[in-house]
Design a protein around this ligand. Structure first.
Ligand code: ATP
Length: 355
């Protein structure tokens, strides 16, 4: 078990800064997901935690001890690249035990630990079977077993499900999450897939161009995004952004958009003025004939219990998620209202949340 803390971590490759002044704490036993698009610095951060890459500056602490300059092999952290590469000519027992045998662990200990691991993964009945004959799910469990058999202090996983097809990915996500619930080892998991992140994480860090924009529990990231970047990256369809000019001061509870007055959560901090942006998640929009915010339906995508309705308005195109039983046909004129308590406000220039 371990707490991982990074402090002002920075990594520069020649004149390119891959990770900029990153600080965060992964608490003991947490499943922590680093999320962001390709090239944002997730892998570089993970490699620095693993000891595979030396930071340009900053510190890495493992359970309070500074490990910044320790070799990877001295950190007792397992780095899992892909969860499906097995040795096809070995049976399940030897596949799982391989990392221990490589370390020179005595055979009787290897046997005991492989059996414990197999019981944890509920594949103990398969131990003497060749991996080549196993069903997909069992193969994944064997691969997981090989990753966890060493019982390291923490796991680092870099897109371990990257090349699996969607259905299998979902299954493995559940498997990984359940395994985490059972063994509770600190895990840092890198992905660019927001749904995967939301489903698995205790906490998510959203990265953008080498910078951690925000980190916290999934619900906090979703409900109180710290920036337009975070709000846009998480949620599908993403948050609607409605630009307007105005002034937000401490105590402000309403804004005006093209003559419509809109209730917003009370501004409690420093405020902002000039170019501002109102952020509205699609599911926080209601149809209301009396609303001054009017628009024309251009598309309705039926999803079973809900539908995504695209409406063009004087504030731009807005996507609303409403009940599938509400009639909404292309060409209809509709009025829109927003759930006041769920709205976000951003400064137009910086894109930072104004609260
Ligand atoms: P991906 O999912 O594509 O791996 P990522 O978010 O994990 O993306 P990184 O692999 O950390 O991103 O890379 C961040 C940036 O640093 C990229 O622009 C990459 O090209 C650059 N980079 C990474 N390693 C090196 C290196 N050894 N030398 C030079 N540039 C590097």
């Amino acid at each position: 078990m371990a707490e991982i803390r990074i402090e002002h971590l920075r990594k520069q490759f020649d004149d390119f800064v891959a990770v900029e002044d990153s600080s965060l704490t992964v608490e003991n036993g947490e499943f922590f997901v680093m999320l962001g698009p390709s090239g944002c610095g997730k892998t570089t951060t993970l490699r620095m935690i693993a000891g595979l890459e030396l930071p340009t500056s900053g510190r890495i602490l493992l359970d309070g001890d500074d490990v910044t300059f320790l070799r990877a092999s001295e950190r007792d952290i397992a780095f899992v690249f892909q969860l499906f590469a097995l040795y096809p000519h070995m049976n399940v027992r030897r596949n799982i035990g391989f990392p221990l045998s490589c370390q020179g662990v005595p055979r009787s200990d290897v046997r005991r630990r492989v059996e414990e691991t197999a019981r944890l993964l509920r594949i103990d009945h398969l131990l003497d079977r060749p991996v080549s004959g196993l069903a997909g799910g069992d193969r994944q469990r064997v691969a997981l077993g090989r990753a966890i058999v060493r019982r390291p202090k923490a796991f680092l996983m870099d897109e371990p499900l990257g090349t699996l097809d969607a259905e299998f990915r979902e299954l493995m996500c559940q498997e990984l999450r359940q395994l985490h619930n059972r063994i509770g080892a600190t895990t840092v998991y890198v992905t660019h897939d927001q749904l995967e992140a939301m489903a698995m994480a205790d906490k998510i860090a959203v990265m953008n161009h080498g910078v951690i924009e925000q980190y916290g529990p999934p619900q906090e990231i979703y409900d109180r995004p710290a920036s337009m970047y975070v709000a846009d990256f998480i949620g599908s369809p993403p948050m609607n952004f409605l630009p307007f000019r105005g002034s937000l001061r401490r105590g402000t509870r309403q804004v005006r958009l093209n003559g419509a007055t809109i209730d917003v959560p009370e501004i409690r901090e420093e405020g902002a003025e000039g170019d501002l942006v109102l952020g509205v998640r699609p599911e926080h929009i209601r149809f209301d004939e009396s609303s001054k915010i009017r628009g024309k339906v251009v598309d309705a995508e039926y999803l079973g219990t809900t539908q995504i309705v695209t409406v063009t308005t004087g504030h731009g195109t807005i996507k609303a998620r409403i009940g599938a039983d509400r009639p909404a046909d292309p060409g209809d004129t509709v009025g829109l209202t927003f759930v006041a308590s769920r709205l976000s406000l951003f400064a137009g220039g910086s894109g930072r949340a104004v609260r």
